[in-house]
Design a protein around this ligand. Structure first.
Ligand code: R7I
Ligand code: MG
Ligand code: MG
Length: 294
C-alpha cells in the first residue's frame, strides 16, 4: 500500500514531466522529441499543494489549500489562464467561495486543472467514496466552479482510489454508478469498444484537450488499455494535445494500481530533484500513507 501511495504521486509527476515538452504537439511532433532533466509543470505543483494541505490539516481544509496553492505558485510552470486569474483574485483577498465564479463570464472553468491535481485526495479518502466525491467537489471549487470541471476531478479522484484498491476495467461500472453528467457517462460507456481503436478514433471519441471532459476519461482509457505503467503513460502522451496533463493523470492512476516499483527508474531519476522535487514528493506520499494507515 505504501508503494502504491508513492506510485500515485511520483507516477503523476513523471507523466507530467514526460508530457511537458510536447504539450500541444501532434503525435508526429511527439515522436521527434526527447532527453535531459524532466521538469514538472503546474499539474504537479498544484498536486503538491493538495498533498501538503491534507497532511497539515489531516483532511480537506479549503482556506489552507488556498494558502498552499498561493505559496507554491510559479507562473513559469505553465498555469492555465483561468486558474492564473483565480489565483490572482485569491491573492488579492477575494474569498475562495467567490473567486472561481468570476471567470469565463461567470460560468466558471471546466478545464482539467482541478482533476490534474486531485490524486492525493483520492489516496486520502480511498476507503470512503461518498466522502471522496464530496471532497473532490469542494477541493475543485477553489479554482473550478463549473460543474463539468468538478465532476471531472471527482471521477479522477475516484479512479485513483479504485486503482489503489485493485480495480482495473471494473472501475468503469463503479464510476458509472456515481457519474451524473452525460458527457462523462457517454465516454465511460465507450471505453470498452475502443480498446483496439487507432489514435485518431480515440482522440475523436474521448478527446485530448484541456477541458476536463476532453481528457479525464482519456487518461482512464490509457490506464485500462495497457497492462503496465510504462505503456499506459507513453500511450497517453502519444495522443498529443494536453500531453502533460493526460500523462500525469494516467501516471497517477497507473502508479496507484501498480505501485512505485513499476515506474521506470530512468524516468524517476530524470525527474527534477531541487526544492519540492522528486524526494519531496516521495516524502509527501509517505506522510499521507502514515496518516491514513498509522
Ligand atoms: O483548468 P486549468 O487550470 O488548465 C489546466 C491546463 C493543463 O493542461 C495544464 O497543464 C496547463 O497547461 O493548463 O485552466 P483554465 O484556464 O481554467 O482552463 C483551461 C482551458 O479550458 C481554458 O484556457 C479554456 O480554453 C477552456 N475553458 C473554457 N472555455 C470556455 N468557457 C475552461 N472553462 C471554460 C469555460 O467556461
Ligand atoms: Mg501543465
Ligand atoms: Mg496540460
Amino acid at each position: 500500500m505504501k508503494s502504491k501511495f508513492r506510485g500515485a504521486l511520483i507516477g503523476g509527476a513523471v507523466g507530467d514531466a514526460l508530457g511537458a515538452p510536447v504539450e500541444g504537439c501532434t503525435w508526429e511532433e511527439v515522436r521527434l522529441f526527447h532527453g535531459g532533466t524532466m521538469r514538472y509543470t503546474d499539474d504537479t505543483e498544484m498536486m503538491i499543494g493538495v498533498a501538503e494541505s491534507l497532511i497539515d490539516k489531516k483532511g480537506f481544509d479549503g482556506a489552507d489549500m488556498v494558502r498552499k496553492f498561493l505559496r507554491n505558485y510559479h507562473a513559469w510552470r505553465g498555469y492555465g489562464p483561468g486558474t492564473r486569474a483565480v489565483l490572482e483574485l485569491l491573492r488579492a483577498g477575494v474569498s475562495y467561495a467567490e473567486a472561481s465564479k468570476r471567470i469565463f463570464d461567470g460560468a466558471g472553468s471546466y478545464g482539467n486543472g482541478a482533476a490534474m491535481r486531485i490524486a492525493p485526495l483520492g489516496l486520502f479518502y480511498c476507503d470512503d467514496i461518498d466522502t471522496l466525491w464530496d471532497m473532490a467537489y469542494r477541493a475543485s471549487h477553489i479554482t473550478h466552479s463549473h460543474v463539468l470541471g468538478k465532476e471531472g476531478a471527482a471521477i479522477m479522484a475516484c479512479s485513483v482510489a479504485l486503482a489503489l484498491r485493485g480495480y482495473r476495467e471494473e472501475m468503469l461500472n463503479a464510476l458509472l454508478a456515481r457519474t451524473r453528467e452525460e458527457v462523462y457517462r457517454d465516454k465511460l460507456r465507450k471505453i470498452e469498444q475502443l480498446l483496439d481503436a487507432d489514435r485518431q478514433t480515440v482522440i475523436e471519441e474521448l478527446g485530448n484537450g484541456e477541458a476536463a471532459f476532453e481528457s479525464v476519461i482519456t487518461a482512464i482509457y490509457a490506464f485500462i488499455r495497457f497492462h503496465n505503467f510504462k505503456d499506459s503513460v507513453i500511450y497517453a502522451i502519444s495522443l498529443g494535445g494536453d500531453t502533460d496533463t493526460i500523462g500525469s493523470m494516467t501516471g497517477a492512476i497507473s502508479g496507484a494500481y501498480y505501485g512505485e516499483a513499476a515506474i521506470p527508474p530512468e524516468w524517476v531519476n530524470a525527474l527534477e530533484n531541487g526544492a519540492k522535487g522528486r524526494s519531496y514528493i516521495i516524502w509527501l506520499a509517505d506522510e499521507l500513507y502514515r496518516i491514513r494507515f498509522p
